[in-house]
Ligand binder design. Structure first.
Ligand code: SAM
Length: 644
């Protein structure tokens, strides 16, 4: 009989892929190797890419000359790029008490630094997001830029957001005098944009709001990341409805910019381009029973070609031109009273189009977004005031109409995911919930820093007082969550028939539940002893389950079912893709009934793919118990059994 390797339970350590967010570098190397194996070599100093081979592969005959390359370069760009590639050692901890409809919602609000959060979300959401809208700090003097520290990003985050005592490090202000005005901002934005690109579906789109300060720089960075060929458009949005009258300015600033890039333009186009609501004036001067209509020339435009033939008007005038359709089509339209002849019956024919027909389709957006249709700053402040009950609690929110139109032009529908990782007052979440009035189930993912509110100004004090009045800590993310709660109440009240998802699950960035190996150099024995318990002791079972979701690449909203087996709580996550028992004690007496019970439940669930079964490593009374459990599960086809 062939000898069988005894079943065993492998312990997950901090270096285990299950304990880390997606390793972007490893994935990149694997993709390059798969396509061009000769490009990547492994040496004593790690992996390297042969630039000359790369140039040959793409038919580039020039010699390597990085300095003369066209593009945007700045001191520190390499380090900024590297930041996107360093895996996160953090996790997202669930916060059901701050959530709405925790058990059923598919929406997420994540409190944390967006760079870490984007890394943590990679395994679960890469390639799944249809639309990302962001409104980052514009790099004006008053803007604070978050300083990344890739040696210990989680501690750095906690210091900057006042969650642990700080040694005085601060959020940087984008002050011109620092001499690194553009550089600090670019260092911050580049890694986040890189990760944003990987989040998008092939037919997905990114929209970024920006003002005159950095629009040129931003476009170059985005072209580099997305490829110039995926540039979708530059929208000019009039954000002020009134006329500025500043005697010191030649040009009064009334507009700002929204740059749009597709993940892959051809795929986006073939998935269907979105429209904006119909505008224009319609009337019914001839009492057409089909209702109000407008008209457009039947003659082709100057840059188009059509079919040439002569048309004689009711007054007998002949027009011999190139037309939009064949003669037979024209005759059909004429018979259906869809053709009119202006100028008392002698003008060039025009085709009628009816409001009722066009309303369903909407119309193509242009790159000029005026304030009447797309909203303006004052309207944005007004809606926030009406929701929160006080004026000016948040600086520079975007109008709801702007986001509703972005959702519309990007053709976001059904269960598409919409993400905003500079959420601010969460206008994007509000717009997604409102858009679902059409029966869709679009989902939102908001990320917002719990940025402490600066109480040195009247405005800051007012916002902080507001947070205190609702019994919450004084940071921006509390305002964001409150806005979503209030917006969902208003949507519910305004439409009793609304069946959409008005809840959201709150998660907060923190250090991983799995402890890192941090030996105390002067007492290695004590360190070894304390690391027998691999999990942080101040964490709940739900914390650990959510980290497992992230590390296994499951959606953070998948259902979790519980069952008591042999007196222990067992969880089935994502329809049996993961079964976890995190009980702290498994004795010899428990082993058989627990393992058999898990095997039976697994059979009942009958999951489509492989199931991983997870236990706490320190729960097993001894190695015999551990081996027995593994052996029984193995006999029932559960081969992937791990411990934390
Ligand atoms: C200009 S506001 C966004 C406004 C938003 N569009 C609205 O309609 O209210 C930018 C937001 O990004 C947040 N932010 C800045 N750096 C961040 C970071 N590293 N991670 C997450 N949020 C951040 C700021 O706290 C600020 O609230």
């Amino acid at each position: 009989m062939p000898q069988q390797t005894p079943a065993s339970i492998r312990k997950i350590t901090a270096d285990d892929p299950l304990a880390k967010s997606a390793d972007v570098v490893a994935n990149n190397i694997a993709a390059l190797k798969a396509m061009f194996p000769e490009l990547v070599t492994e040496g004593a100093n790690g992996t390297s890419v042969n630039i000359d081979v790369l140039k040959q592969l793409v038919g580039d005959r020039t010699v390597t000359d990085a300095e003369e390359k066209f593009g945007l370069n700045w001191h520190g760009k390499r380090r900024a790029r590297q930041l996107a590639l360093t895996p996160s050692t953090g996790t997202l901890r669930p916060c059901p008490e701050e959530s709405v409809e925790w058990n059923t919602t598919q929406n997420l609000f994540i409190e944390g630094d967006n760079l870490e959060v984007l890394k943590l979300l990679q395994k679960s959401y890469a390639g799944r997001v249809k639309l990302i809208y962001i409104d980052p700090p514009y790099n004006q003097d008053a803007d604070v830029i978050y300083e990344d520290d890739f040696r210990d990003s989680i501690t750095n985050y906690k210091m900057l957001t006042g969650q642990v005592d700080s040694d005085g490090r601060k959020l940087q202000s984008a002050n011109e005098s620092s001499g690194r005005h553009h550089t600090n901002w670019l260092d911050m934005l580049l890694p986040r944009l890189r990760l944003a690109q990987t989040m998008l579906r092939r037919d997905g789109l990114l929209f970024v709001s920006i003002d005159d300060n950095e629009v040129a720089t931003l476009r170059m960075v985005l072209s580099e990341i997305f490829g110039e060929e995926n540039f979708e458009g530059h929208i000019h949005w009039r954000r002020r409805h009134n006329q500025p009258n500043d005697p010191t300015k030649m040009l009064g600033l009334v507009s700002e910019h929204i740059l749009c890039f597709a993940r892959d333009k051809a795929t986006y186009k073939s998935a269907g381009v979105g429209k904006v609501p119909l505008t224009g004036s319609f009337s019914n001067p001839d009492n057409d029973p089909r209702g109000d209509w407008a008209s457009k020339p039947w003659k082709v435009g100057s840059d188009q070609s059509g079919t040439r033939y002569a048309i004689v008007t009711p007054t007998g005038r002949e027009h011999d031109e190139e037309w939009m359709g064949e003669r037979t089509t024209f005759d059909e339209h004429l018979a259906d009273n869809r053709i009119i002849f202006p100028d008392s019956g002698s003008g060039s024919p025009r085709k009628k189009y009816f409001k009722t027909e066009r309303e369903k389709e909407g119309q193509c957006a242009t790159n000029w977004w005026h304030h009447e249709q797309f909203g303006h700053n004052q309207a944005a402040n007004a809606i926030l005031e009406s929701l929160l009950g006080e004026k000016n609690l948040f600086s520079n929110p975007k109008p709801l109409e702007l986001l509703q139109n972005i959702i519309s032009v990007s053709n976001t529908r059904e269960e598409d995911i919409v993400m905003d990782f500079f959420a601010g007052s969460a206008t994007t979440a509000h717009a997604v919930m409102a858009a679902n009035a059409d029966g869709g189930s679009r989902r939102f993912v908001m990320v917002q820093l719990p940025e402490p509110i600066d109480e040195s100004t009247d405005k800051g004090r007012k916002s902080a007082d507001y947070c205190r009045s609702i019994g919450r800590p004084t940071n921006i993310s509390e305002l964001s969550k409150e806005r979503i709660r209030r917006a969902s109440e208003v949507i519910m009240q305004s439409s009793q028939m609304f069946a959409g998802d008005l809840g959201f699950r709150v998660f907060k960035l923190d250090a991983s539940n799995i402890r890192e190996w941090e030996p105390a150099r002067d007492d290695i024995a004590e360190s070894l002893e304390s690391h027998i318990v691999n999990l942080r002791t101040d964490r709940t079972e739900q914390d650990i389950l959510c980290e497992l979701l992230l590390k296994r690449g499951l959606d953070l909203c998948v259902p979790i079912e519980d069952k008591t087996i042999a007196g222990k709580k067992v969880h089935s996550i994502g329809a049996g893709s993961l079964i976890a028992c995190l009980d702290k004690q498994i004795t010899r007496a428990d082993a058989e009934s627990l393992a058999l019970g898990i095997a039976a439940w697994h059979k009942e669930i009958n999951p489509a793919g492989e199931t991983a079964v997870i236990f706490r490593d320190d729960a097993f009374a001894d190695d015999v118990v551990k081996t027995n459990v593994a052996a029984i599960l193995d006999q029932h086809g559960l081969k992937n059994v791990r411990s934390l």
